[in-house]
Design a protein around this ligand. Structure first.
Ligand code: RIB
Ligand code: CA
Length: 312
C-alpha cells in the first residue's frame, strides 16, 4: 500500500528532482497533492515551476496548489543567485498548461488531513515551513492527524548555507520552523549534514543525461546549472542534491542513518537566527523531537535516482 504524501515545495531545481523521484515511485508513494510556498523564488514562480515538473513527468492529473507568499513574520528572502531568475534555470521548458488549483494550499493541507484517517498522511516539506506552520496555527486539530513530517532543512556539523549559522529553508521562516519543531509531530530531518554528501558530479550528471526519455536530460541540465553556484562557493565536486533526500528516505530509509535527538530553532539570535540547535551529543535533558540524519549511502542514493527517473 503506497504511503500517502503531500509535497510542500519551492521549486528550485533540487525540489524538481524530488518531485520527479516521488512521481516515479507509485508503488511506494501516492502524491495526494503538491502545495507551493515562497522560498527559492516568489510564490508565482514556485507554483508555475511545480506544474512544469508535473507536466515533464506526464502527470497533469496532479493537483498543484499555491500556498503562502511570504513568511509568517519576516520579509521573504529568495535565492535566485542559486536557482536562477525563474527558479528552474538550466533548461527552458514550455509554460504549464495544467491549471493551478483554486483552493489555497493551506486549506488543502487542512482539508486533506481532516478527510484522511489520523496518521495516514505524511507531509514532505522541502522549502520554508510557512504553509505547514500556518495550517497548524489555523487548525490545531490537524497536528495529531499528521502521520509524520519528513523535511529538508537545518544543519548541525555543516552549520549554515545562507548565513554562517542557518540553512536556507529554516532561515527564511524561523518562526514557522519553530512551530513545526515544537508541534510534537514525528519529524524526520534531512539537514545539510546529509545533503552535502549527496553531491552531483560530472559522472552523475552524465548518467542523468544518458537516461532514456526527456526527464534525464532535463535533470542533467538543471543539475548542471545548480552546480555552478555550489562549486564556486564550496569548491566542492558538485552541488548538493538536497530535497530528493526526503523522498529517497521514504522509498529506502536504509540509505540513511541518524539520531533521535532534540532540535530547537533559534528565532532571536543576532547572529544565529534560523539555526537548528541540534543536541547531537545529548548534552541537555531536552526531549528528543526529531530523527536528525547524519549520513547517507551516496552511491546507492544516485543509483536509486537513476533507476527511478529512467521510468518516467
Ligand atoms: O538549503 C537548501 C534548501 O533551500 C533546498 O530545499 C533548496 O531547494 C532551497 O529551498
Ligand atoms: Ca527546496
Amino acid at each position: 500500500m503506497p504511503r500517502k504524501i503531500i509535497i510542500d515545495t519551492d521549486p528550485g531545481q533540487d525540489d524538481a528532482v524530488a518531485i520527479l523521484l516521488a512521481l516515479a515511485s507509485p508503488d511506494e508513494l501516492e502524491v495526494l497533492g503538491i502545495t507551493c510556498v515562497a522560498g527559492n523564488v516568489p510564490l508565482g514562480l514556485t507554483a508555475r515551476n511545480a506544474r512544469i515538473v508535473c507536466e515533464l513527468a506526464g502527470r497533469r492529473d496532479i493537483k498543484v496548489y499555491a500556498g503562502c507568499d511570504r513568511p509568517l513574520r519576516r520579509p521573504l528572502v529568495t535565492a535566485e543567485y542559486v536557482h536562477g531568475k525563474t527558479g528552474l534555470d538550466g533548461i527552458t521548458l514550455p509554460e504549464p498548461e495544467m491549471p493551478l488549483q483554486a483552493q489555497h494550499g493551506v486549506d488543502f493541507l487542512i482539508e486533506t488531513l481532516r478527510a484522511h484517517p489520523p496518521g495516514s498522511v505524511t507531509l514532505v516539506p522541502i522549502g520554508p515551513l510557512t504553509n505547514i506552520a500556518t495550517a497548524m496555527q489555523r487548525a490545531p486539530d490537524i497536528i495529531t492527524r499528521i502521520g509524520q513530517i519528513v523535511l529538508m532543512g537545518g544543519a548541525y556539523f555543516q552549520v549554515g548555507n545562507v548565513t554562517p549559522a542557518a540553512e536556507f529553508n529554516i532561515y527564511v521562516d524561523p518562526e514557522a520552523a519553530d512551530i513545526v519543531f515544537r508541534s510534537g509531530v514525528d519529524l524526520v530531518v534531512m539537514p545539510l549534514d546529509v545533503t552535502h554528501k549527496a553531491l552531483i558530479s560530472r559522472t552523475r550528471v552524465e548518467a542523468f543525461r544518458a537516461l532514456p526519455g526527456k526527464v534525464g536530460p532535463a535533470v542533467a541540465s538543471w543539475t548542471d546549472f545548480f552546480e555552478r553556484f555550489d562549486k564556486e562557493k564550496y569548491g566542492s565536486e558538485g552541488a548538493p542534491l538536497h530535497d530528493p533526500c526526503t523522498i529517497a528516505w521514504l522509498i529506502r530509509p536504509a540509505l540513511f542513518t541518524g539520531r533521535h535527538i532534540n532540535v530547537e530553532i533559534e528565532t532571536e539570535g543576532r547572529l544565529t537566527t534560523g539555526m537548528t540547535v541540534a543536541d547531537w551529543w545529548r548534552v541537555t535533558d531536552r526531549k528528543p523531537n526529531a530523527t536528525f540524519m547524519g549520513d547517507i549511502d551516496t552511491d546507492d542514493f544516485f543509483a536509486l535516482l537513476n533507476e527511478r527517473l529512467a521510468r518516467l
